[in-house]
Ligand binder design. Structure first.
Ligand SMILES: *Cc1c(COP(=O)(O)O)cnc(C)c1O
Length: 407
C-alpha cells in the first residue's frame, strides 16, 4: 500500500498530495525573488490517527520499524547502505563545576558517513530518488550538504552534482571529488551557488536537494529527535542547535512535533537557535513581518548565511514553542572548540562548536537537575584552517641540540 502522507505550506497552509515531487508551494513561491528567504516551504504530515491506533496495539512498533511510518519512503531497502544517524550521545558531568548539578548530553553527528549532520537529509532525499526512479541529484552547499550528497550518492550508485562557493573549505571540496561527484565551484557566495542550482534544476530536470527548497531535507533531519527521544531517559529541558539556513532546527522541531501529535511526548523542549554574531539573520528577525538580512561574516562557514532560506518555517517553530536565539562571537566559537576537544576529546567544526559556545553562555541560568543537550553537527577535520590561528605548532626538534629539560 502506498504511503499516506501529504504536504502543507508553512505560509498559506494549502495542502498537496504526494502523487508527485514537490518543492515549494507554487502559490507562495511566486513571491520569491533572488535574495529573499523561501516562501512556501512545505511540511510533510502523516496520518497520525492511523499511526496512533497501531501504537495502541503494539506500543513499540514505531521503534521496531525505525519510524518508517513517519518518513515519506516505502521501505528501508532504498536507504543508503551506510550507517546514517544513530549517532552517539555522550553524557557527562565531567569538567563541569561541582556546583553545576545538571546533566550535559553531547549528541555527536561527526560519526555520520561523511562526518556531518547533513547525511540525515541526503539519505532521505537519495532513498526517495531511488524509489522514484531518479538518477541525478543536484545541490548547492556551503560544503557539508555537498560532500554529504556526494558520499551518499556514491553509496547508492546515483549521480551527484554539487555547486559550492569557491572559498568552501578544502577538506569539504576534497570529499566531493573523492566521492566522484561533479563539482561546480562558483565565483561567488553560497547564495549565488544556490540560485544557480535552481536554474540548473529547471533547465536540466535534475532532482534538487537544496536545503528547505526540498521538503525532504527537513524530514530527514527530524530523525535526530526520534533518536534523542530514545537515547535519553527524559526529554531535554534545553537543546542547543547551531543555525544557518534554519533547516536543522526546523527538523529538530518537526521530529518532536510528530511525537507530540502521536501523544508520545507531552511538550516540546526549550530550544536555542545559536548563531554567530556575524551571521545572525534568523534570530535578528524573529519578531518582524518584513525581515532585513545582512551580509554574513563568520569563520563558522557552515552557518555563514546571507539569506536564511528556511526563515519562515524556523521562525514559526521558534515563536510557537518559545524557542530563543543566542549569538556567539567567532572568538567564543574558537574557545568552545578548544574546550570540547581538550575536555571531551571531541574535535568538531566551528559551526558545531558554536552550539557549545551558546550553551556556555546560557549555563549560569540552568537550574539544578535539568537535562541539557548540545547538538555537535560536524567533524573538526573538515575545517582545520579556522582553528589553526589559535594553535601554537611547536618547532621541530633539532636532534643535535636536543635538551630534555625543555619539555
Ligand atoms: C548545515 C550545518 C549547520 C546549520 O544548519 P542549517 O540547516 O543551515 O541551519 C550547522 N552545522 C553544520 C556542521 C552544518 O553543516
Amino acid at each position: 500500500m502506498a504511503k499516506e502522507y501529504f504536504y502543507t505550506c508553512v505560509n498559506c497552509s494549502a495542502s498537496y498530495s504526494n502523487t508527485r515531487i514537490h518543492y515549494l508551494c507554487p502559490k507562495c513561491a511566486k513571491d520569491n525573488t533572488d535574495g529573499t528567504a523561501l516562501k512556501g516551504v512545505l511540511k510533510v504530515l502523516y496520518p497520525y490517527d492511523t499511526i496512533k491506533a497501531k501504537l495502541n496495539e503494539e506500543s513499540d512498533y514505531l521503534k521496531k520499524s525505525d519510524y518508517l511510518d513517519l518518513l515519506p519512503i516505502e521501505n528501508y531497502s532504498s536507504w543508503p547502505p551506510l550507517l546514517v544517524g544513530k549517532t552517539p550521545v555522550y553524557s557527562s558531568n565531567q569538567a563541569l563545576n561541582a556546583s553545576d548539578k545538571f546533566s550535559l548530553h553531547l549528541k555527536v553527528e561527526s560519526s555520520n558517513p561523511t562526518f556531518s549532520f547533513k547525511d540525515r537529509a541526503s539519505a532521505l532525499v537519495s532513498a526517495f530518488a531511488k524509489e522514484n526512479g531518479i538518477q541525478t541529484i543536484v545541490a548547492a552547499s556551503t560544503g557539508n550538504a555537498g560532500s554529504s550528497l556526494a558520499g551518499i550518492c556514491a553509496s547508492q550508485k546515483q549521480k551527484a552534482i554539487i555547486l559550492v562557493p569557491q572559498k568552501a573549505p578544502k577538506a569539504k571540496l576534497t570529499q566531493v571529488l573523492m566521492y566522484g561527484a561533479q563539482l561546480i565551484p562558483v565565483q561567488g557566495n553560497y547564495d549565488q551557488a544556490y540560485d544557480l542550482s535552481l536554474a540548473l534544476t529547471e533547465k536540466k530536470g535534475w532532482y534538487n536537494r537544496n536545503t528547505a527548497f526540498n521538503p525532504l531535507t527537513i524530514e530527514g533531519k527530524k530523525t535526530v529527535s526520534f533518536e534523542l527521544y530514545e537515547q535519553l531517559i527524559q526529554l531535554p529541558d534545553h537543546l542547543f542547535v547551531p543555525v544557518g539556513d534554519g533547516v536543522i532546527i526546523a527538523g529538530v522541531y518537526k521530529g518532536f512535533e510528530d511525537l507530540l501529535a502521536l501523544g508520545l511526548i507531552t511538550k516540546i523542549p526549550h530550544i536555542f537557535a545559536v548563531q554567530a554574531e556575524g551571521s545572525s539573520n534568523l534570530i535578528d528577525n524573529l519578531n518582524t513581518e518584513n525581515p532585513v538580512f545582512k551580509a554574513a561574516s563568520t569563520l563558522a562557514d557552515s552557518i555563514s548565511v546571507d539569506i536564511p532560506r528556511n526563515y519562515y518555517m524556523a521562525k514559526d517553530f521558534l515563536n510557537r514553542y518559545n524557542g530563543e536565539g543566542i549569538k556567539v562571537t567567532d572568538s567564543e566559537i574558537l574557545e568552545a572548540s578548544q574546550l570540547l576537544a581538550g575536555q571531551f576529546g571531541l574535535f568538531v567544526e566551528p559551526a558545531a562548536a558554536s552550539a557549545y559556545a551558546g550553551f556556555l553562555k546560557f549555563k549560569h541560568k540552568i537550574v539544578k537537575n535539568e537535562e541539557v543537550v548540545v547538538l555537535l553537527t560536524g567533524n573538526g577535520l573538515k575545517d582545520i584552517a579556522s582553528v589553526s590561528s589559535v594553535l601554537d605548532f611547536p618547532d621541530a626538534v633539532d636532534l643535535k641540540h636536543f635538551n630534555a629539560d625543555l619539555y
